[in-house]
Design a protein around this ligand. Structure first.
Ligand code: AOF
Ligand code: ZN
Length: 365
């Protein structure tokens, strides 16, 4: 196995921790012999548990580690938190060197792990070829540690002519099987999925991840329902059949009188939109560190309008619906302070069957 293959394996190991490690980052580790043979691998399995390095090294005799190369998707931690420092552990082993995918953005680490290893005489190499993938793995964590707020991504599936769904409003499958599988992987990466009440009524989605490795995850669902009109009907919907009701939040106008345990108050501004920056603060305090906004157009637009959507995943299917009455997913963005256009950054393209996914980070003026 070469070093790129080893790091790619470490990154895919890390993904196994999606949905279980938040608010920690997912991390994977691979150990190769001096000849490039795979000795061991491991990943951070759950919050508070062993770090990836310890999972990979735990059962290996020190003798076997002589001259070994260790590949980690993230810089090893430098301090003792819930678990001892991985950098110190690695420094004490007879390994030859460490390759890492990205620096740990946690200000308590941020380079200090590398220092520990270098001071112990280990060769430390940043594998820049894999940095993009390693960084995207910890996108949520990086945002959380630098802003103390949830990271918010929007996901849309549209036709080639830009429609979100049929003009009747009833959403139907636009994207293909492979894209939908990718959405299930996204859902596993985010603590919560957010939709508007119209989407709940029309689509009655489950919003969980149905990939076999994440089936037991219970992600949160957040529903925008200002007047709380669906609060009493919660049992009718799929979202409450696949998860405990304690994992469902209906965001309602904070002025609303109600007695529902799932209602979550938020101020509404003069144009009738929720005050999203305030909502994000309240949601973070509740322990929800990331949100995937899955629609509809009004919910997505209100996040963009308030400069609170940080990442976009747009799946484009080779279908033309035609007509003028289709739904444009940004049609509720009215204010002009976005400028004439918003350009995404860190743009990536990926194909899923006949569909393509364009993703990128937003940058507001
Ligand atoms: C690593 N390997 O697998 C992970 C790391 O509270 P603790 O002890 O679990 O430490 C959490 C911090 O460790 C977290 O904020 C991040 O900086 C780092 N995560 N580091 O060497 C791992 N998950
Ligand atoms: Zn560690």
């Amino acid at each position: 196995m070469n070093k790129i293959e080893a790091m790619k394996l470490a990154i895919s190991e890390a993904q196994k921790g999606f949905g279980k490690v938040s608010p920690n980052p997912p991390v994977g580790c691979v150990v190769l012999s001096p000849d490039g043979d795979l000795i061991s691998k491991g990943y951070h399995r759950h919050f508070g548990g062993n770090h990836a390095e310890i999972e990979a090294l735990e059962k290996i005799e020190e003798e076997t580690l002589k001259g070994a190369q260790v590949f980690i998707s993230l810089e090893p931690c430098s301090y003792e938190g819930k678990t001892p420092s991985c950098a110190k552990r690695l420094a004490a082993l007879p390994i030859a060197g460490v390759y890492y995918g990205s620096l740990d953005p946690n200000p308590r680490v941020n380079g200090a792990g590398i220092e520990i290893l270098k001071n112990a005489g280990k060769r430390v190499t940043h594998l820049s070829e894999c940095e993009e993938d390693a960084k995207s793995l910890i996108e949520v964590f990086s945002w959380n540690v630098s802003h103390n707020l949830p990271f918010v991504a929007g996901k849309v599936g549209i036709t080639l002519d830009g429609h979100l769904a049929h003009s009747s409003g009833k959403s139907q499958w636009i994207t293909g099987e492979e894209s939908r599988k990718d959405v299930h992987l996204l859902r596993a990466q985010y603590d919560s999925v957010l939709i508007g009440k119209e989407t709940l009524l029309l689509d009655d989605p489950s919003l969980n991840s149905r990939l076999s490795e994440y089936r037991d995850l219970e992600n949160w669902v957040i529903v925008f329902d200002q007047k709380g009109s669906l609060l009493d009907r919660i049992d009718e919907f799929q979202i409450s059949k696949v998860r405990d009701k304690s994992k469902i939040l209906f965001v309602v106008d904070e002025e609303l009188k109600h007695s529902s345990s799932i209602a979550f108050g938020c101020p509404v501004d003069s144009s009738g939109f929720f005050d999203i920056p305030e909502l994000l603060k309240r949601i973070y305090k509740k322990g929800i560190y990331s949100i995937l906004v899955e629609g509809g157009a009004r919910a997505l637009s209100s996040f963009v309008e308030q400069k609170s959507l940080h990442q976009i995943y747009c799946y484009i299917a080779p279908i033309i619906l035609g007509g003028k009455s289709g739904i444009n997913w940004m049609s509720d963005v009215f204010h002009t302070d976005l400028g004439s256009a918003m350009y995404l950054e860190n743009v990536r393209h990926k194909s899923f069957g006949n569909d393509i996914r364009i993703s990128g980070r937003t940058r507001y003026k």
